[in-house]
Design a protein around this ligand. Sequence first.
Ligand SMILES: [Zn+2]
Length: 301
Amino acid sequence: MDRRLCSDPATLDGVGDQGLVARAKALAAELDAAAVVRRHRKAVSERRVTTRPAPDSMAYLSVLMPVEQAVCLQATLGRDADSLIATGNSGGRTRNQVMVDLLFERGTGQMVASGVPVAVKLVLSDETLLTGGNEPAQLQLQGLGAVPAGIARQLVADSLDAHTETTLQRLYACPQSGALTAMESQSRTFPKGLAKLIDLRDRTCRTPWCDAPIRHHDHIRSHDKSGPTSVRNGSGLCEACNYAKEAPRWTARPMQRPGRRHLLDLGTPTGHHYRSIAPPLPTPARHSAVEAVLLAHLRAS
Ligand SMILES: [Zn+2]
């Protein structure tokens, strides 16, 4: 793992603590998938809800649950809080406050969730999904990172069995670098498809070492300076980083790297420059020419 993770220092450029932990976990899941699947089964059987006191007459309510359910719950509460705030029905409450209120109202049966169900997005290579490959999948939520290949296939199978609406969306990545293929668009605000593509590519805020969840889809070169609305000129940022970036004497520009992972250059008012590279996508294992011929023969026989 050390060799794969750290032998080239450039691979860790701008990777925050959470990002580093996520990469180590992904490697562990790849190298000993069986152990990870065993641990996961046991962990699911230990799901529970607990409370413990917090200062100032508050309490923590903790729910230990399978990751896909937690992602779904968090995303649903976030989506509904955003929509209450956007329509001016939040009564001056913050996003966090609205999310807690919604959780309470729904948990005690005063209200039920409605609207379009949220999607739990799982990014995995075709080989992992279809041919029993070992490369871990990625759950698109900050800090959750890698899902071992076996568990990812089980998630898809369970979802199909439960007749949950399950959709498959193809993403194209360069086999050499894992770079996500671009999509171009003309409009000013990031269209939904483009925003989704950036979420999938960046996973967390692109400021080096930040690790916060993506809240804004930013034009790296701003629209005023004729920056296009495109995947190359777009980046996922947290709220704080997006506001910081707009402050005087901060600079940001996307770098031209056809076929390689997305890179942006960030300049601070002190004249320092930092690079931010998008994390790699899962890519199918590559075969040598000889292996390809052998595989073709095996499939034919
Ligand atoms: Zn940030």
